[in-house]
Design a protein around this ligand. Structure first.
Ligand SMILES: *Cc1c(COP(=O)(O)O)cnc(C)c1O
Length: 398
């Protein structure tokens, strides 16, 4: 599952090239850097890998979501639809630009249910963020069809699915733009980091300027800072060291996915011995990045009981119904409207009226799915001993 498993000489070599120049900043220092532009090259190669024209590197996957939303013009008064099973970062970014997150159901793909998406669209909907959870593609073509009917742009949160795709087309390249994360537990990692990919030149320019204080990045004889600025920005710039690591990890991505597919198949064969087990729907099995093996048991009680036995035998799975990071009814701070702002923003209006209120029971279809769900992360390196341990645990659970 995480790219740190294969961190090695290639990453060190890329980093050493940056350290040799002493230039850690992605812009400027044309003489000192001696032609070495790691972040820029990482962007170019990542765009090529995804089959799109442009990529913008930023400091994290969360920043990628925010920068994309800002460039799409999303702000206060707007609603953004995402799903109730995602990492908290997705709704953090929506709130951070001043918009309100609206949650849609997931189906047995563990991703956005296109039918429920349509029910959640309102006149205030300005963007739709399907999340390709756990390495498996969302029903992105159906989601896009719904979005296009209403003229709403799609941003794909692809943080958990680099290398995944449908019919050979990469996840992240279907919508207006797609975002990625390279945090320490992702399929490829730069320690911290994120990327946004798009075919839209205007959107890319806005992102490029916004993530660097609004600098327009045109050639300027007076040096950086002498350019014009068309709008206010912020700082989400990626460092050269991260770009260097990213280049080495990207070169390994297809190999990572290949190993994960092999290991996932081995785990699937073991898990399929559990009575009544069913596996998550993968929209295109050939496009699964295989970071996780997700399976359903007949009901919540069985899922918990089985996982208890697996845990006691050293091979517990993740029970996402209890996971506080990825499932909206577990986000107590969201439900309570907890914020550091003394005004209560973003949960309260300036006059103290409640702006949004979330009901943990609002997604019954998702709850019925999550209650029965167990998930194994799939390692890149799976030893025979570990596979045997999981096999014995499954046997005990049977
Ligand atoms: C990890 C993750 C993010 C955020 O990425 P960071 O780089 O940790 O900020 C966003 N969305 C999803 C679905 C994620 O899994």
């Amino acid at each position: 599952m995480p790219g740190f498993e294969v961190f090695g000489e290639e990453e060190k070599k890329e980093i050493a090239e940056v350290l040799d120049t002493g230039v850690l900043f992605r812009y400027e220092f044309p003489e000192e850097r001696r032609g070495i532009y790691k972040v820029r090259r990482f962007e170019e190669e990542f765009a090529r890998y995804c089959g799109v024209k442009y990529a913008q590197a930023v400091t994290s996957g969360t920043a990628a979501l925010k920068v994309a939303l800002v460039a799409m013009g999303v702000g206060p008064g707007d609603e953004v639809i995402t799903q109730g099973f995602t990492f908290v970062a997705t709704w953090e970014a929506i709130f951070d630009v001043g918009a309100v997150p609206v949650f849609a159901e997931v189906d047995e793909t563990l991703n956005m249910d296109p039918a429920d998406l349509e029910k959640k669209i309102s006149p205030a909907t300005r963007a739709i963020i399907p999340v390709h959870m756990l390495g498996g593609p969302a029903r992105i073509e159906e989601i896009k069809a719904v979005a296009e009917r209403y003229g709403i742009p799609v941003l794909e949160d692809t943080a958990q699915a680099p290398g995944a795709g449908i019919k050979g087309r990469k996840c992240g390249s279907f919508g207006l733009c797609g975002t990625f994360s390279f945090d320490p537990v992702k399929t490829m990692t730069t320690g911290e980091g994120g990327m946004i990919v798009t075919d839209d030149e205007d959107l890319w320019r806005k992102m490029s300027e916004y993530q660097d204080h609004g600098h327009d990045h045109v050639a300027n004889p007076g040096g950086r800072g002498g350019e014009g600025r068309s709008f206010i920005g912020f700082n989400y710039r990626m460092m050269e060291l991260q770009g260097a690591i990213g280049l080495a990890q990207l070169a390994k991505l297809d190999g990572i996915v290949e190993s994960q597919r092999r290991n996932k198949e081995a785990l699937r064969q073991v898990v399929s011995r559990l009575p009544g087990v069913r596996f998550r729907t993968i929209v295109d099995p050939a496009g699964d990045n295989a970071s996780f093996l997700a399976f359903f048991l007949p009901d919540a009680a069985t899922a918990q009981k089985v996982n208890g036995v697996l845990g006691n035998n050293g091979a517990g799975a993740v029970y996402f119904a209890d996971n506080t990071w990825h499932y909206y009814p577990k986000w107590e701070h969201l439900l309570a409207g907890s914020t550091l702002a003394t005004s209560g923003w973003p949960f309260k209006e300036a006059d103290g009226r409640r702006r949004v209120q979330y009901d943990p029971r609002a997604l019954p279809q998702s709850a019925a799915i999550m209650d029965r769900l167990l998930v194994y992360p799939v390692p890149i390196k799976l030893s025979d001993e570990r596979l045997e341990q999981i096999s014995q645990a499954v046997k005990a659970a049977c």
